[in-house]
Design a protein around this ligand. Structure first.
Ligand code: SF4
Length: 101
């Protein structure tokens, strides 16, 4: 996933991470954006990195691909655990998710 293809809001690249401590494991995010989210064998959702690999570290971040911005934002809005966080790469300010202003 190249930086050039990452989604931007106000010329800022975005990244997404999941707080696994709050994940209910319902899989809504993986239905909305399977290119970005996947359930691991522990039943919790994780983000995926370049080459489609699942990033199994808690709170790992991955760039938001521009074509998937809507799906990722919808995932954050619909997430019953309120645990999907989309933030600017530059200053880590959350722009979509439970901590967005
Ligand atoms: S939508 Fe939220 S609660 Fe549901 S699996 Fe994804 S991260 Fe977990």
């Amino acid at each position: 996933m190249s930086v050039e293809r990452a989604a931007v809001v106000g010329d800022e690249a975005l990244e997404v991470w999941i707080d696994q401590d709050l994940c209910t494991g319902d899989g809504i995010c993986a239905q909305y954006a399977p290119e970005v989210f996947e359930l691991d064998i522990d039943g919790l959702a994780y983000v995926k990195g370049a080459d489609d690999e699942l990033l199994s570290a808690q709170g790992a971040t991955t760039p938001v691909p521009l074509p998937l911005l809507t799906d990722v934002v919808d995932s954050a809005k619909e997430c019953p655990g309120e645990c999907i966080h989309v933030r600017r790469v530059s200053d880590k300010v959350e722009v979509f998710g439970p901590d967005a202003e």
